[in-house]
Design a binder for this molecule. Structure first.
Ligand SMILES: Nc1ncnc2c1ncn2[C@@H]1O[C@H](COP(=O)(O)OP(=O)(O)O)[C@@H](O)[C@H]1O
Ligand SMILES: [Mg+2]
Length: 507
C-alpha cells in the first residue's frame, strides 16, 4: 500500500522518495505512518522533483531506496536508481479522532501512503450541513462530502475564480443546500439571468430544484412560462435613499446638496417630484439652485422609472415580502438580467439595505432576534460594489453584518479590486482556479489560514476544483464541487416535493 519512504527534512516540510511506479500529483493528500507512534501524519503534496541515485546523492535517499527495494523485490535496475521526490507540507497529526498541529517528526524512513475515507473521520466535526462537494486529493474525488456550517454565514463568504472555473455552479450548490435545509435565508442577485433555468439548454437552474416551498423568484423580465411561479420585481421610489444613488451615479457637491434639499422639501415624494415637475417649478421650490444643476439631476434620474422597476406608489414594493421570506429561511432569486447595470445595482442596493436595516432594528428586540435565521446576500461581480470600504451598503454589511446575522457572499473574478479592509472580513474563502498572480496574493494575505503552500495547486485547479479556506477547519480543504446538474439527478426527494410534470416539459 505504501508509495514511498520519508527521507527528511524538518517539521515544516516532509520529503519522501516516491516509488518509481507511482504517478503522484501536486495537491494530493497523503498519510505518513510513523512506526513508533500511535497516530499518523496527514500531509499535502506541494511539489515533485526528479532525482537519481548517484555518487553524490544523499545517504538518506539511497537508504530509502534500499528499503523500498526490499519491499518490492521485482524492481528493475532502472527503477532502483531513478525516482522522484515528493515535497509535502504537514497538515496535522491524527491520533484516533483528534487532530493537532504537527509539532513532531515521523520516524526516519516512515512509510507514505494514499489516504482513504476513514482517515478523514476527524474532519467531520469541522464541516457543516451546507454541502457543496466531495473531498479531493489532487484530482481524485473521495467519497467524503464537504460542506460549510450555517454558522459561517454571518462571517461572510468569498467565491473567487477566473471566469469559467465554476463560480456559478458553486453558487447553485450553495442555494440547493440552503433550500433543502431551510434554516437560513439566501438572497441571490442575478444580473446575468443564469440561475433561474440555468441560462443554457444543457444546464439546470434553481427552478429545477425539488424544494419549491423554500424558493421564491422575483424577476424584472418575463420568465419562461413553464418555469414555475415568479413575481414581478418592483421597488418603490420612497425606499431609495440619496446614498443609494451616490453609490451608482457620480454627483458633484452642488448636485448632492440639491438632492438633500429636495428630500427635505418634498419628503418621501422627493424622487417622484424631481421626475414629474418641470425644471422651473423645482427652481421655484428650491431657491438657490441653478436650473442647470436641476436639469442634470433630472436627466440622470429619468432612467430610474424607465423599466418600471421603480414604482411611484410607496406601498407597491416587494422588499417587505422578500425580508419575510428570508426570515422564514427561504432562498430568494432576484433576476435583473434585462436591466441596465445602474438599475441592477440600485435594486440590489435598496433591497440589501432594507434587509440589513430590518435585522438591525430587530436586534434591539432580543427575543425576536434570537429566533431569526442567518441571512446570506450574494452579489455577483462584487468588485464593483466593494472597491472602497466606505462606499456601499455591501461594504457596510461586510464590516458590521456579523452582529446582525447578515452575511455577504461576494462572487468575483478579480478579488484584487476589492478593498483590503473589506476582503479581510471574508472568513470563508472558496478559491477556484485563479490565473492572476495578484489575485492569488491578495487572497493569501487575507485568508484566515496559511494558504501559501497551496499556491502551486491553485494555479493547477480545473473547473469545479476548489480550496475552502476558513477559520472553522484545521486546514484549507481541497474540494471537488458537485456539478449541479449531476447532483440534482441524485437527490432523493419526498414525493410531495417533486416538481410537477409540467415543470419537466411533459405535455
Ligand atoms: N463542479 C464542477 N464539475 C464539473 N464541471 C464544472 C464544475 N463547475 C464548473 N464546471 C464546468 O465549467 C463551466 C463553467 O462553470 P461556471 O460555474 O459557469 O463558471 P463561472 O461562473 O466561474 O464562469 C460549466 O459549464 C461546467 O462545464
Ligand atoms: Mg458565472
Amino acid at each position: 500500500m505504501g508509495i514511498g519512504r520519508v527521507i527528511g527534512t524538518n517539521v515544516m516540510e516532509t520529503r519522501f522518495r516516491i516509488d518509481f511506479e507511482e504517478n503522484l500529483q501536486v495537491g494530493e493528500l497523503l498519510v505518513v505512518e510513523s512506526q513508533n507512534k500511535e497516530g499518523k501524519y496527514l500531509v499535502r503534496v506541494m511539489d515533485i522533483e526528479h532525482a537519481a541515485d548517484k555518487e553524490d546523492s544523499g545517504w538518506m535517499s539511497r537508504t530509502a531506496g534500499m528499503i523500498m527495494k526490499k519491499d518490492d523485490s521485482d524492481m528493475s535496475p532502472y527503477e532502483q536508481y531513478l525516482f522522484c521526490i515528493g515535497v509535502s507540507s504537514p497538515l496535522g497529526y491524527i491520533d484516533e479522532a483528534s487532530f493537532k498541529k504537527t509539532k513532531t517528526l515521523p520516524t526516519h524512513f516512515s512509510e507514505v501512503r494514499y489516504t482513504q475515507a476513514d482517515d478523514y473521520e476527524f474532519l467531520k466535526s469541522y464541516l457543516g450541513e451546507i454541502e457543496i462537494g466531495n473531498l479531493r486529493s489532487g484530482d481524485k474525488v473521495l467519497d467524503f462530502p464537504v460542506g460549510i456550517s450555517e454558522k459561517a454565514i454571518p462571517y461572510h463568504i468569498g467565491i473567487f475564480a477566473t471566469t469559467g472555473m465554476g463560480k456559478s455552479n458553486l453558487m447553485k450548490n450553495l442555494a440547493l443546500s440552503c433550500m433543502s435545509k431551510g434554516n437560513c435565508g439566501f438572497l441571490i442577485f442575478d444580473p446575468h439571468g443564469e440561475y433561474f433555468n440555468g441560462g443554457e439548454l444543457s444546464k439546470k437552474g434553481l427552478k429545477d430544484a425539488p424544494y419549491k416551498e423554500s424558493f421564491a423568484v422575483y424577476s424584472s423580465r418575463d420568465l419562461p412560462s413553464n418555469g414555475g411561479e415568479y413575481s414581478k420585481l418592483i421597488i418603490s421610489s420612497a425606499e431609495i435613499e440619496i446614498s443609494d444613488l451616490e453609490a451608482i451615479y457620480e454627483f458633484t457637491e452642488a448636485q448632492k446638496e440639491c438632492l438633500q434639499t429636495a428630500q427635505y422639501k418634498y419628503k418621501n415624494d422627493w424622487l417622484n417630484k424631481l421626475d414629474e415637475l418641470e425644471v422651473d417649478e423645482i427652481v421655484a421650490n428650491l431657491p438657490g439652485y441653478q436650473s442647470g444643476t436641476i436639469s442634470v439631476i433630472k436627466r440622470r434620474l429619468s432612467n430610474l422609472f424607465r423599466l418600471n422597476l421603480v414604482s411611484k406608489d410607496k406601498n407597491y414594493s416587494v422588499t417587505a415580502r422578500i425580508i419575510n421570506q428570508l426570515h422564514e429561511g427561504k432562498t430568494i432569486l432576484v433576476d435583473t438580467s434585462n436591466a441596465h447595470e445602474t438599475e441592477e445595482l440600485l435594486i440590489s442596493t435598496v433591497i440589501s439595505r432594507a434587509v440589513f436595516e430590518k435585522n438591525k432594528l430587530l436586534y434591539s428586540d432580543g427575543k425576536e432576534f434570537s429566533k431569526l435565521p442567518n441571512v446570506l446576500i450574494a452579489i455577483e461581480e462584487a468588485q464593483r460594489v466593494l472597491k472602497e470600504a466606505e462606499d456601499s451598503v455591501f461594504a457596510q454589511i461586510a464590516r458590521e453584518g456579523r452582529k446582525f446575522k447578515t452575511g455577504l457572499c461576494a462572487v468575483s473574478q478579480q478579488p484584487k479590486l476589492i478593498a483590503n479592509e473589506v476582503i479581510s472580513q471574508f472568513n470563508t474563502l472558496f478559491i477556484l482556479g485563479l490565473s492572476d498572480k495578484k489575485d492569488r496574493e491578495i487572497l493569501k494575505n487575507s485568508a484566515k489560514q496559511d494558504i501559501s503552500q497551496v499556491d502551486n495547486e491553485i494555479q493547477m485547479l480545473m473547473p469545479g476544483e476548489a480550496i475552502v479556506a476558513s477559520p472553522f477547519t484545521p486546514f484549507a480543504v481541497p474540494v471537488k464541487v458537485h456539478l449541479y446538474e449531476e447532483r440534482l439527478k441524485n437527490i432523493k426527494v419526498p414525493e410531495k416535493n417533486k416538481p410537477k410534470a409540467a415543470d419537466e416539459g411533459f405535455f
